[in-house]
Design a protein around this ligand. Structure first.
Ligand code: C5P
Length: 397
């Protein structure tokens, strides 16, 4: 993974037991190619040592305003100037209070005040401390000042109590950092994505569905959100977590998916249909489990609405992107399908090479011809697709 290659991140730690998760976060940043400079408050050093963070980040750690390693003794300027992003994780209640009031009495708070880069903080504290009006006031002030507040989550706490205040997991903070650092090529756009399989009931326990895992559609939703779009994901049944900053609407059948999409299409700039929609539904679905003893059941089918076709044919349709999973003759079928649906862009893949996997290979078809996106993790392909859509948008609108 090199999605943060060349990015320069300052990771700040303040005093809290969640500081142990900052080690994992530093590893994730480093593994994805970022340059990570760790700065710790004195209280943070009571939970993990600078030596631990140095080993994991690969660089000496700073803890003190008056560190002799900084030639001009202005650590708060030196350390903050070349950074693309500052992430403070964990951020204690005390640190949030200092930030909200512009206090600068140690290295980390001073460099946050002196920074030019975006700042994200991941609060970690006891549930009562988080709920306290003073902390809520400080959080609101920080948001108003443009600081991103990541979490906190709710759950068991190290102190034995339960509630809001748990720091997000390292992987969640990492995903937020990737989002913060992504080029905002879809800023201000409203993107609607369908994903996953649909399920058409035969009776109350059986149904017709397909092998779609939803991974590609979820990756597309994540990539669009990273690119600054306001994303709604209409999802069939999957076992996947909702990507950060994405609104998710769960549906089961193709007709539910159709209705959920149609209700939102007027407020959509880009529609990306990734879902593997069942072509038919069962007309005579039973309200009880069908008994074997009743003999061979007769299953009567009727076609489902073509969601993408309906959106593309609508008045002032959004920019529409289709997906095609074929098992053979990819190129011929794909261009045919694009013309038949009347859409500017179609992404095609071979079903047997895509379904359920974490990687894929895609070919994009548009008026300019075909564009091969080499086999890569689905999130990487999704980002390339989003970049391609963004390049096409001004021409299409
Ligand atoms: O015609 P086909 O099902 O192969 O087209 C695939 C594309 O159309 C995908 O983008 C899929 O999400 C969309 N589609 C749809 N509604 C359907 C069938 C397919 O939106 N009923």
């Amino acid at each position: 993974m090199t999605e943060l290659a060349g990015k320069r991140i300052l990771l700040g730690l303040t005093g809290g037991i969640a500081a142990y998760k900052a080690g994992e976060l530093a590893r994730l940043f480093v593994r994805s190619g970022a340059d990570v400079q760790v700065v710790m408050t004195r209280a943070a050093c009571g939970f993990v040592t600078p030596a631990t963070m140095q080993a994991l980040s690969g660089k000496p750690v700073y803890t003190d305003m008056w560190d002799g390693r900084i030639p001009n003794n202005m650590g708060h300027i030196e350390l903050s100037r070349d950074r693309d992003l500052i992430v403070v994780a964990p951020a204690s209640a005390d640190f949030m209070a200092k930030l909200a009031n512009g206090l600068a009495d140690d290295l980390l708070s001073a460099l946050c005040l002196a920074r030019r880069s975006p700042l994200a903080v991941a609060p970690a504290m006891n549930v009562e401390m988080w709920n306290h009006p003073a902390t809520q006031r400080n959080a609101a002030q920080l948001r108003a000042d443009g600081v991103a507040i990541l979490g906190p989550a709710s759950g068991d706490q190290a102190c034995g109590e339960t509630g809001m205040g748990r720091m997000l997991e390292a992987a969640e903070i990492y995903a937020e950092a990737v989002r913060a650092l992504s080029p905002k090529v879809l800023e201000g756009k409203r993107v609607l994505v369908t994903a996953g399989p649909t399920y058409e009931p035969i009776d109350t326990v059986r149904g017709i569905t397909n092998q779609s895992s939803g991974k590609m559609g979820y990756a597309v939703a994540q990539a669009a959100a990273e690119a600054g779009a306001q994303v709604t994901l209409v999802s069939g049944r999957t076992a996947l977590p909702t990507p950060a900053a994405v609104e998710r609407v769960d549906v089961v059948t193709a007709r539910e998916m159709h209705d959920a999409v149609m209700a939102r299409v007027k407020r959509t700039d880009v529609f990306i249909a990734v879902a593997a929609v069942a072509d038919y539904h069962v007309v005579n679905a039973r309200g009880q489990k069908i008994k074997r003893s009743a003999g061979n059941p007769k299953i009567e089918l009727a076609p489902n609405p073509d969601i993408l076709g309906a959106v593309a044919a609508g008045k002032s349709a959004p920019f529409c992107v289709g997906f095609a999973a074929e098992t053979e003759n990819l190129k011929a079928y794909a261009q045919d399908k694009r013309h038949q649906k009347g859409i500017p862009l179609l992404a095609a893949n071979l079903a047997q090479e895509a379904f359920g996997r974490d990687d894929n290979a895609l070919t994009l078809f548009d008026d300019a011809g075909e564009h091969v996106l080499a086999r890569a993790p689905k999130i990487v392909l999704a980002r390339q697709l989003v970049a391609h859509i963004a390049r096409m948008l001004p021409k299409a609108r």
